[in-house]
Write a protein that binds this ligand. Structure first.
Ligand code: IMP
Ligand code: MG
Length: 192
């Protein structure tokens, strides 16, 4: 009898599921920040799709800004992050929401929170679409969380592998990264 090949794909979050959850998160932010005008700070590039959808579910006069930092792989696991592009406006006295695609070890967001806190915002909260909580090294206070996900490398909806797959409409957990490199279409084709 032939042995079953384990699927290279694990978690799949379909566009409808993402849309529904992002709408809920936007509604929650609208409620929590009523009467205020928060600045949403996105971390490039992974948070771009999430940010674009999230802000359209926030019924407040929000502002949006972005930071770019050295990315996964290049940055290593030290938790020391290099800022490649800083915010375009000061955040002193402002209500700031840091918008992340995914929190893995927590090192990156911890570094960013320390950096942003030093600029004396009135408040500072974290909004993350994905939380790979089993991998956490440093505890992170996540005020708004989309999905808690298993320990799989995820691509799509802004998340990349070596710069690719950000444009997938679903979020796809890849169990076998080597298989992705060998035959990407075999894994990705159903989710474009
Ligand atoms: P952390 O410092 O380990 O929390 O890493 C956070 C950053 O690593 C995220 O902002 C992503 O850019 C990247 N990252 C972590 N896990 C994944 C993944 O499964 N797919 C794509 N990027 C990831
Ligand atoms: Mg990121």
């Amino acid at each position: 009898m032939a042995e079953a090949t384990p699927s290279p794909v694990g978690l799949v979050l379909e566009p409808d599921r993402i849309r529904e959850r992002v709408a809920q998160m936007g509604a929650q932010i609208t409620q929590d920040y009523a009467g205020r005008s928060p600045i949403l700070v996105g971390v490039l590039k992974g948070s771009v799709m999430f940010m674009a959808d999230l802000v359209r579910h926030i019924d407040l006069p929000v502002r949006v800004d972005f930071m770019a930092i050295s990315s996964y792989g290049e940055g290593g696991r030290s938790g020391v992050v290099r800022i490649l592009k800083d915010l375009s406006e000061p955040i002193e006295g402002e209500d700031v929401i840091l918008v992340e695609d995914i929190i893995d070890t927590g090192l990156t967001v911890t570094y960013l929170l320390t950096n942003l806190r030093a600029r004396k915002p009135r408040s500072l909260e974290v909004c993350a679409l994905l939380d790979k909580s089993v991998r956490r090294i440093i505890e992170v206070p996540i005020r708004y969380e989309g999905f808690d996900i298993p320990d799989e490398f995820v691509i799509g909806y802004g998340l990349d592998h070596q710069g690719r797959y950000r444009n997938l409409r679903s979020i796809v957990g890849v169990r076998d990264i080597d298989a992705l490199a060998e035959d990407p279409d075999a894994i990705v084709a159903p989710y474009v």
